[in-house]
Design a protein around this ligand. Structure first.
Ligand code: GDP
Ligand code: MG
Length: 375
């Protein structure tokens, strides 16, 4: 439930704001002003203390009702068809995430990267052995943390890339905890196996110490020895991923309004805002009205993230570059397709207001139940 300010509490209860503040101070709550936020419990306590009979309830916003309905809509079993697994490469910087992805999709991005560091989230859907796979390469673990924090779990399978010469490093550990928190299967790519004198047993021991026991040691984690530069183990890695995908039978309903996640976005001169979205369910089409965080718009054009060719529609698991948003949506924001542009605008504006209020209230005290208990 959203907290309400002391100002709106006094307005709703029809008592002067000074009286509410006075009562709170008498109750021993310090450092408060009219913008301090009350949670539902605290509001009830003050109402009792002031002998007010008020009914406290959460307001139902258009956003709540519409978005919740879209999020929670159940797809009937017979509307579901197989979708491509979404595979994310995670691991310590320089361990070979970008190189592995480059090899798998047959391009070379790594050699053109500024300072050898991935700046963007890359996401491509490719055909492998007649089946589609969506690969996501992250510019480092921060991006993944941010997306997870917003509940935007896009990945189905995590490939933990560990360089055989370095072993488990701090960012590898963070990647492990993210993948575990996301409760997705983990496949380890033990990379740079081509280097002289690497000791893969040392890395297997480290993995075991992190509760990732390799299957060759009786555990349930597949460890594939790879070299992205020599092309070693790449077929095996792909096969392992496709086998996991097959076991999990990822499915979605292409015949509904699209929902999914924004991976990143930017303002690109003449083209305006370009947002990289991944469709998680449904089909996204040119002309659709979309709301994403506090941005909205009608999709003007979409392009394939790998080839740049234009697309009219994007089904489940498809990453796509989308033009038509009024502003750049944030990484990790969920998007929804609505049937009415004025509803989309209203929701976007409500969210924008809410987030600016949050910023304002960030400098005020939040009065909570615990404050009262301390008196
Ligand atoms: P990322 O930061 O995890 O994306 O790592 P990159 O893919 O950018 O790779 C970092 C460096 O390691 C680059 O210079 C790659 O050429 C090199 N590299 C990647 N994979 C291998 C490998 O399997 N063997 C060797 N010897 N070098 C590799
Ligand atoms: Mg990289």
């Amino acid at each position: 439930s959203l907290p309400c300010s002391i100002r709106s509490f006094s307005e709703a209860a029809g008592v002067p704001v000074g009286k509410v503040l006075g009562t709170l101070m008498q109750m021993g709550v310090a450092d408060i002003n009219i913008n301090s936020q009350l949670d539902l419990e605290s509001a009830e306590l003050i109402a009792t203390a002031m002998d007010l009979t008020i009914e406290l309830k959460e307001t139902e916003t258009l956003e709540n009702s519409l978005i919740m309905e879209l999020e929670n809509r159940e797809d009937s079993e017979d509307s579901l068809i197989p979708r491509a697994p979404i595979v994310t490469f995670l691991g310590h910087v320089d361990h070979g995430k970008t190189s592995l992805l480059d090899y798998l999709i047959g391009i070379n991005v790594v050699s053109g990267e500024a300072g050898g560091i991935t700046q963007h989230i890359r996401a491509y859907e490719v055909e492998k052995d007649g089946r589609s796979v969506t690969f996501v390469d992250t510019p480092g673990h921060e991006a993944f943390t941010e997306m997870r924090a917003r509940g935007a779990n896009v990945t189905d399978i995590a490939v933990l890339v560990v360089a055989a010469d370095d072993g488990i490093m701090p960012q590898t550990e963070e990647a492990i905890s993210h993948a575990k928190a996301a409760e997705v299967p983990i496949v380890v790519a033990l990379n740079k196996i081509d280097l002289e004198g690497v000791d893969s047993n040392r890395v297997l021991t480290q993995l075991t110490e992190h509760q990732l026991t390799p299957s060759e040691w009786g555990g349930d984690v597949e460890v594939v020895r790879t070299s992205a530069t020599k092309g070693i183990g790449m077929d095996e890695l792909l096969e392992t991923l496709l086998t996991i995908a097959e076991l999990n039978e990822y499915k979605a309903n292409p015949d509904r309004e699209a929902i999914g996640v924004c991976l990143e976005s930017e303002q690109q001169g003449d083209r305006g805002v370009v947002a990289k979205l991944v469709v998680q369910n449904g089909t996204l089409r040119v002309g659709d009205i979309v709301v994403c965080g506090s941005t909205y718009g009608r999709i003007r054009a979409m392009t394939n993230t790998l080839t740049g060719s234009s697309m009219m529609e994007a089904g489940p698991s498809t990453p796509v570059n989308v033009m038509g948003f009024d502003q750049a949506p944030g990484a990790g924001e969920r998007f929804h397709v609505l049937d009415d542009i004025s509803k989309a605008r209203e929701i976007a504006e409500t969210r924008e207001d809410a987030s600016s209020q949050e910023m304002l209230s960030g400098v005020t005290t939040k009065v909570s139940f615990e404050n009262f208990q301390e008196m």
